[in-house]
Design a protein around this ligand. Structure first.
Ligand SMILES: [Zn+2]
Ligand SMILES: [Zn+2]
Length: 551
């Protein structure tokens, strides 16, 4: 019997975000990605992380963290994990550069960084790994083949099969075919993000001519293009169109500046010094000869585009001479913020171009035909769909069955599942926590109750009731004091507060008359009286905060 390999899925199976899995063999653990999830409408929550407790309890056995590519849903959890444990990080130079930037800005000492090149073979923890190039919407992504006592485990990373990528670095399917012929691929873990989309994705390089068309149509106008700062190939195509139309490229926003600098240093982005400018020089440039590339196309409130929309950007005022291009699709959940942004920019007179009108964006994730091609190349014995919302995982599962995999060879896992690969196949082991760990801007954890409280406060406000009781005489020492926020209109507060005060006075006096002196019980009575009045008279359910003091 060969040693089994245990996989623990800490996140990313059932949501797009916080991708994180542990591979364990003979007591040694390698972490595969460590991402965060962007919180959707959680008040004061900056990031949602996997629950690292299971991992931290085994920190002495954690030997490496492998990061497949530079997206936040794969590296965004590292600053939080590395506060508690030091572990070497393996990844491509670009991915490691992005990780270093994040760790430095979080004030965390850099651990050992091990750079991986395409086709490298290297021992990582207990595994003999091989790394293959893969195309995606950020450069230098790596597929990983884990050589284990149970055979090869292939992790696809986020991928599409782009036959004509901007850098010419195609996904290495030939090597997969070779390995699948000999020695064979035992288990495939593959990206499910677009498993419910038919056909194939459009090549990234097809965006260039569309962008060029936008440049031609907007001659004489300033161009402002919003894109993801990690999407180096998109930025390359924007830069190429700028060069061809004799525009200077202005790089705006801290993350855009940081990533462009990193990509140029690594030779991944080719823009000459002559044609690039920073925000400070923008006033000296002819707007008709300027192309601004910036962040904020997802409606992020602190990013450059949002500041422009509010007329608060330090270097740039948007007006009628501007054309603003949104070179990205709305990520689900961001639609409302993006539409507000469109409206605010249009109000300033700007002309808008977005992916709904023109092909100025393509996805970084393979659609069904591409997934099928990967499955055909790898031809795995076993398959677990990963990276996706639950419906994506189901769609990918079905695709594998359609391809002819026997049902017992496809296993659907979700966050928190632990599964073991043995000589006999995949068998479930148990469950670990799949809880959403929410942290604020300072990296401090926020409990679920705390976030619920904040949500309740932001929804219906609060009513505070303070009662002082003269314990000896068994009566109120003074009139109940009422304060509220977010419950009723400010000019009606006085009237409502008086009603609440009267109801609370009656309830507390009745209790005192029955001989009740316990502050906790008196507070319960005050709360009940307040709640009854508040809901019956206004139909609202603010948070109630009764405070009773017995003197
Ligand atoms: Zn990605
Ligand atoms: Zn991802």
């Amino acid at each position: 019997m060969a040693a089994p390999v245990t996989l623990t899925f800490l996140g990313g199976l059932g949501e797009i975000g916080r991708n994180c899995a542990a591979l364990e063999c003979e007591g040694r653990i390698v972490l595969l990605d460590c991402g965060q999830l962007f919180p959707d409408d959680l008040p004061g929550v900056d990031a949602v992380l996997p629950d690292f407790n299971w991992l931290l309890e085994r920190a002495d056995r954690l030997e490496a963290c492998l990061v497949t590519h530079a997206h936040e849903d794969h590296i965004g959890g590292l600053p939080y994990l590395l506060r508690h444990v030091e572990v070497p990080i393996y990844g491509s130079p670009f991915t490691l550069g992005m990780v270093s930037g994040k760790l430095k800005s979080a004030g965390i000492r850099l651990p050992e960084m091990v750079a991986l090149g395409d086709h490298d073979r290297r021992r990582v923890g207990p595994f003999d790994c091989e790394f293959l190039p893969v195309t995606h919407s950020t450069p230098s992504g790596l597929m990983t083949l884990f050589g284990t006592p149970q055979g090869l485990i292939l992790h696809s990373s986020d991928f599409k099969l782009d036959p004509t990528p901007v850098d010419g670095r195609v996904t290495d399917l030939p090597r997969l075919r070779e390995l699948s012929a000999d020695p064979g691929i035992r288990l495939l873990l593959a990206d499910s993000t677009n498993a419910d989309s038919a056909g194939s994705s459009t090549s990234e390089s097809s965006i260039g001519p569309v962008l060029r068309g936008v440049f031609d149509d907007n001659e004489g106008r300033r161009l402002i293009i919003g894109a993801f700062s990690s999407h180096v190939h998109r930025i390359q195509q924007i830069a190429d169109a700028a060069l061809a139309t004799h525009r200077t490229l202005v790089v705006l926003g801290p993350s855009m500046v940081r990533n462009v600098t990193l990509a140029r240093e690594l030779g991944l982005l080719r823009v000459s010094d002559k044609m690039i400018a920073t925000a400070d020089g923008i006033d000296d440039l002819d707007p008709a000869r300027t192309c601004v590339v910036c962040t904020g196309s997802q409606g992020e409130p602190r990013a450059a585009l949002a500041q422009m929309a509010q007329g608060r950007h330090r270097n740039l005022t948007v007006g009628e001479g501007d054309t603003i291009v949104f070179s990205s699709h709305p990520i689900p959940g961001n639609e409302a913020a993006i539409s507000r942004l469109h409206n605010a920019l249009a109000r300033r007179g700007a002309r808008l171009v977005h992916s709904g009108q023109l092909g100025v964006h393509t996805t970084g994730h393979g659609k069904r035909e591409e997934l099928r091609e990967l499955h055909d190349a790898a031809d795995p014995e076993l398959f677990i769909p990963v990276h996706g919302e639950y419906a994506h995982l189901v769609a990918h599962h079905e695709l594998a069955l359609e391809r002819g995999m026997r049902p017992e060879r496809v296993v659907r896992c979700t966050d928190g599942d632990q599964i073991r690969l043995t000589d006999h196949g995949l068998e479930p082991v148990g469950r670990v926590s799949d809880e959403y760990v929410m942290v604020d801007e300072r990296g401090q954890a926020l409990g679920e109750d705390l976030v619920d409280e904040r949500r309740a406060l932001s929804g219906e406000g609060f009513v505070l009731v303070r009662v002082v009781v003269d314990g000896k005489r068994g009566r109120l020492a003074e009139s109940p004091f009422i304060e509220s926020r977010g419950w009723v209109d400010a000019d009606e507060r006085g009237k409502w507060h008086a009603e609440v005060a009267a109801a609370v006075r009656d309830a507390v006096e009745a209790a005192l008359g029955d001989g009740e002196r316990d502050p906790a019980e008196l507070a319960r009575r005050a709360r009940r009286a307040t709640g009854k009045l508040v809901s019956s008279r206004t139909g609202r359910r603010p948070s109630l905060v009764p405070v009773v003091e017995v003197r």
